[in-house]
Design a protein around this ligand. Structure first.
Ligand SMILES: NC(=O)c1ccc[n+]([C@@H]2O[C@H](COP(=O)([O-])OP(=O)(O)OC[C@H]3O[C@@H](n4cnc5c(N)ncnc54)[C@H](O)[C@@H]3O)[C@@H](O)[C@H]2O)c1
Length: 241
């Protein structure tokens, strides 16, 4: 695995799943890691295990995102890598006519607006150093459809946002990648599977085995490599399992 020595890395959604696995691996490769999440208990516990710094954040709230980035700036004055893994999936298997606007807005606010806010404030800090890497986590749902109208649309928005960021930030020596995982065994995926199993009246075990889930550590290996200087010729969208 690549060496991340001296890299300052901020990971959102780091209390669980893909973000947490990535924080562990990045720290093991020598990075100084900030683990940001809305879930204080899980975030503090995970950060203590990784020997990282926990930051409380709600990525949908601009003041909260500003405070998260300011905490990194206060300690290290710059940021090498942002990995935005925070996200939610709500409204799975809800029919179009019953899909309520509050659910739509909540998913868009966190997944798309939240990604925008993290990129906006992280870029300001990266510009100071004249370099940086941004990795936005989207989903194969962005191009292949989703069990949730809001989730699929929100991740399509992340892909489009990444293209705009790439055009705008290349001149500042900030590399932007968007990563689209498939079906990965995390709390988020398990809860969608439970809904599907209930609707189809099948067991959770059979729904799980039909999907052949990947593990968060596999995605973490891709993310850590992308964060490293070894990946500095990689542009655009990357698909994983
Ligand atoms: N698991 C999959 O199959 C899969 C597939 C494709 C994409 N993804 C994406 O990967 C990312 C990580 O997902 P995961 O499967 O590890 O999910 P997860 O639910 O295990 O972890 C998501 C983390 O984000 C945090 N979070 C949620 N809302 C937040 C907010 N407003 N501010 C800050 N933190 C917040 C949660 O507390 C949680 O710790 C998400 O963006 C998800 O959409 C997951």
């Amino acid at each position: 695995m690549p060496n991340l020595d001296k890299k300052i890395i901020l990971i959102t959604g780091a209390a669980a799943g893909i973000g947490c696995a990535t924080a562990k691996l990045a720290a093991a490769q020598g990075a100084t890691v900030f683990m940001a999440d809305i879930d204080i208990d899980a975030g503090e516990k995970a950060a203590a295990e990784v020997n990282a710094t926990y930051l409380h954040v709600d990525i949908a709230d601009e003041l909260s995102v500003q405070a998260m980035v300011a905490a990194v700036k206060e300690k290290y004055a710059h940021l090498d890598v942002l990995i935005n893994a925070a996200g939610i999936l709500k409204g799975a298997y809800v029919p179009l006519g019953e899909f309520n606007i509050a659910t739509w807005r909540e998913v868009m606010d966190i997944n798309t607006t939240g990604t925008f806010l993290c990129a906006k404030h992280a870029a300001a800090l990266m510009r100071n150093a004249g370099r940086g890497v941004m990795i936005l986590i989207s989903s194969l749902a962005a191009v292949g459809g989703s069990s949730s109208f809001a989730y699929g649309a929100s991740k399509g928005g992340v892909n489009a946002l990444a293209l705009c960021l790439e055009h705008s930030l290349a001149k500042d020596n900030i590399r932007v990648n968007v990563v689209m995982p498939g079906n990965i065994d995390t709390g988020m995926k398990r809860s969608v599977i439970a809904t599907e199993a209930e609707q189809r009246n099948i067991s959770i075990e059979s729904a799980v085995s039909a999907l052949k889930l990947g593990n968060p550590e596999g995605v973490a290996r891709v993310l850590v490599w992308l964060a490293s200087d070894e990946a500095n010729y990689v542009r655009g969208v990357i698909c994983t399992r």
